[in-house]
Design a protein around this ligand. Structure first.
Ligand SMILES: *Cc1c(COP(=O)(O)O)cnc(C)c1O
Length: 373
């Protein structure tokens, strides 16, 4: 029987909530369900303010607008990440500066980020790969030393924490994704977490097309007008209704995925001891949400053979990012700082295995890996 790589989670009451929206007079954004999601995420993360967005990509774009990234400003990010981290920078006229990641955790560290710092650097963009926390104390200290803004890409990190604080709430700004490939989903969706209060007022304006509409609704101004840059970042109530149904199950989904993740981790111990592959190294200062289970083989050609075998058996397994620094747009718009050996090797050797709510075939998947190596 084919095994899908991913199956989007369904909470069960999405349709009820959608019907409530359709029966109401408000389908546009920032009504009841949006507010419920905002409150939930604020409480869950202790962020100063939360804004639902159409996607994590839109959240990153809003964050870089807020951070006032402009032509020539440099933003340092790992090369091992999703393209939207870079497109959001380039859209503002900024320059993405690509650095290496730690091989075992696949996360960027302060020492790699530091290699990219010049007098044009304005912002650091660490990515919590697989929901596994980056070493944030080091990154925040580096940012402080050089007076830089920190934007966390926690697109994969809802439900994870570093030293007891939710990912996304440690930097000045952070984003989550609710794309169907993530643990909790509304199809396409995201959120921007504003943690530094200096960004809070302006965030309200950018979110609603550059107007002070929110101040107007609070009765702080007697009419609302165009006051700044902005866009239509907010999703509709239909999206928020689906998200609300799912957010209420966050804890259950996280625990469930963690169990599957731990099962994989144990089952691969023997192969790691034989020197065939390495399992991901988890930050012990934190908690992760079981978003991705991956291993890295000792050779790229073994990874490719395993991938072929999975494909022929109709079992879902997949590689991950093609390094941004070696992609066509990365070469055109960005630059590299330091040696990127780990990014190249992780990209060639990593395989992601099926993990989703209700997935029960860990032993079969591990058996297939054992047969094909
Ligand atoms: C999924 C993802 C994104 C983009 O999320 P969207 O909601 O699809 O825009 C960005 N960064 C990382 C690391 C991701 O995994």
């Amino acid at each position: 029987m084919p095994i899908p790589f991913n199956k989007p989670y369904k909470a069960g009451n999405e349709l009820d909530y959608l019907k409530q929206v359709l029966d109401s007079d408000h389908m546009s954004g920032n009504y009841g369900f949006t507010k419920k999601c905002h409150e939930f995420l604020k409480k869950q993360s202790s962020a100063e303010e939360v804004f639902l967005t159409q996607s994590a990509t839109a959240g990153l774009e809003m964050a870089l607008m807020l951070a006032d990234i402009g032509p020539g400003d440099e933003v340092i990010l790992p090369s091992f990440t999703f393209s939207s981290c870079a497109t959001a920078i380039v859209r503002q006229g900024g320059v993405p500066v690509f650095v290496d990641v730690d091989f075992d955790s696949r996360n960027v560290t302060a020492s790699y980020l530091e290699k990219g710092i010049t007098d044009k650097t304005k912002l650091l963009l660490p990515v919590h790969y697989a929901g596994n926390p980056c070493e944030m104390d080091d990154i925040l200290a580096l940012a402080k030393q050089h007076n830089l803004i920190v934007l966390e890409d926690a697109a994969q990190g809802l439900g994870s924490a570093y030293k007891g604080k939710a990912l996304g709430s440690l930097g000045h700004l952070g984003v989550y994704s609710f794309h169907e490939t993530k643990n909790i989903t509304c199809g396409e969706g995201g959120a921007l977490l504003v943690n530094a209060s200096e960004f809070k007022d302006r965030a309200e304006i950018l979110w609603e097309k550059g107007t002070n509409r929110r101040q107007f609704f609070r009765g702080e101004v007697d009419k609302y007008s165009w006051v700044d840059q902005g866009s239509s970042f907010l999703p509709s109530e239909l999206t928020a209704a689906v998200l609300w149904a799912q957010l209420q199950k966050l804890e259950e989904v996280t625990l469930h995925r963690r169990k599957i993740w731990e099962h994989y981790y144990q089952r691969f111990e023997a192969l790691e001891e034989r020197g065939v592959l390495t399992r991901p190294k988890i930050n012990e200062q934190g908690n992760h949400n079981g978003h991705i289970f991956s291993v890295t083989f000792n050779e790229g050609k073994v990874r490719d053979r395993v991938l072929d075998d999975f494909r022929s058996k109709e079992m879902g397994a997949t590689f991950h990012y093609i390094p941004l620094h070696s992609s066509p747009a990365g070469k055109k718009y960005g630059r590299v700082a330091g040696d990127l050996t780990n990014v190249n090797q992780v990209s060639e050797r990593l395989i992601r295995l099926p993990i989703w709510y209700g997935f029960e075939a860990v032993d079969q998947v591990v058996g297939t890996v054992e047969e094909s190596i």
